[in-house]
Design a protein around this ligand. Structure first.
Ligand code: FE
Length: 287
């Protein structure tokens, strides 16, 4: 019997603005050094007001990590310096490994209605920070949904989920941080015990309703990230209104992190190099 994880810290999402003025809520990464190795940042964007999102994220660089965009509502278009183009609609995921460098834009393709989703930043180990950039669009239909034994459901975006001896693999696997990316929906009165690799740092993010987490039943409120203690599983109970939440787990990298905006490297010298490469137009080149 492995240890069950408990809530160790709660990070409430705070209002932030990024890109050309997109209003969003940042939990992980909202303060300096507030990371959970290998996770660097989690943003939720949610608005029914086009003024909050129309400006989008015009052309900007990334180096040294991965960005994962998960749309719940709305329509965004990605275009990058390698000529990739992708449309993201409800339920779709874009998994972009910036690594050595990419310059891209992420722009809304709607002028009204709801825009809702998440962007997660996952760090790369030093040996992978300068590998060629890669990019994948994952349509919603390729993301399996599992009915949970205790009620509710779970979408497997990355990694595997095991229940009753049956394994369900998500479309993303084989990465060195071995991430789990689950989207859970638990109706009121239901609970789930979700297995998590002992080697992984694991956190939750509640985006609808609220939850009670761990054997010691600590509350995790709406729009907050809950960092968990080490363990082999986590018990989650839905609150009065039920709950929708993300479960994110990854193998820690254990290396120094130096971040300068969209560049995340191991040393200040590598950051300087990223800035120079970007200025010289050599950040995003095929290698
Ligand atoms: Fe970006």
């Amino acid at each position: 019997m492995t240890t069950s994880r408990k809530l160790q810290a709660v990070i409430e999402a705070v209002a932030a603005s990024d890109g050309a003025g997109v209003k969003l809520r940042r939990s992980l990464g909202s303060r300096q050094n507030q990371r959970f190795d290998p996770f660097l940042m989690l943003d939720e964007f949610f608005s029914d007001d086009p003024d909050d999102y129309l400006a989008g994220f015009p052309s900007h660089p990334h180096r040294g990590f991965e960005t994962v965009t998960y749309m719940l509502d709305g329509h965004m278009r990605h275009e990058d310096s390698f000529g990739n183009r992708g449309d993201l609609g409800p339920g779709d995921v874009q998994w972009m490994t910036a690594a050595r460098g990419i310059i891209h834009s992420e722009m809304p393709q709607q002028t009204a209605g709801r825009m809702r989703g998440f962007q997660l930043w996952i760090n790369l180990p030093s040996r992978e920070k300068m590998k060629p950039a890669a990019y994948r669009d994952i349509p919603s239909r390729e993301i399996p949904t599992v009915a949970l034994a205790g009620g509710g459901e779970l979408r497997v975006i990355a990694g595997e989920f095991e229940q009753g001896g049956t394994k369900t693999a998500g479309p993303i696997g084989g990465l060195s941080t071995a991430p789990l990316y689950y989207d859970l929906r638990l109706p009121h009165g239901s609970e789930a015990t979700i297995p998590t690799p002992i080697s992984h740092n694991t956190f939750l993010y509640v985006y609808e309703g609220d939850a009670v987490v761990g054997e010691d039943a600590k509350p995790l409120p709406f729009r907050a990230a809950g960092l968990l203690t080490p363990g082999g599983s986590v018990r989650i109970r839905a609150g009065e209104q039920g709950v929708r939440l993300l479960l994110l787990a990854g193998k820690p990298i254990g290396e120094p992190v130096v971040q300068y905006g969209p560049f995340v490297m191991n040393s200040p010298e590598e950051i300087q190099q990223a800035v120079i490469d970007y200025q010289r137009g050599q950040l995003a080149v095929a290698s």
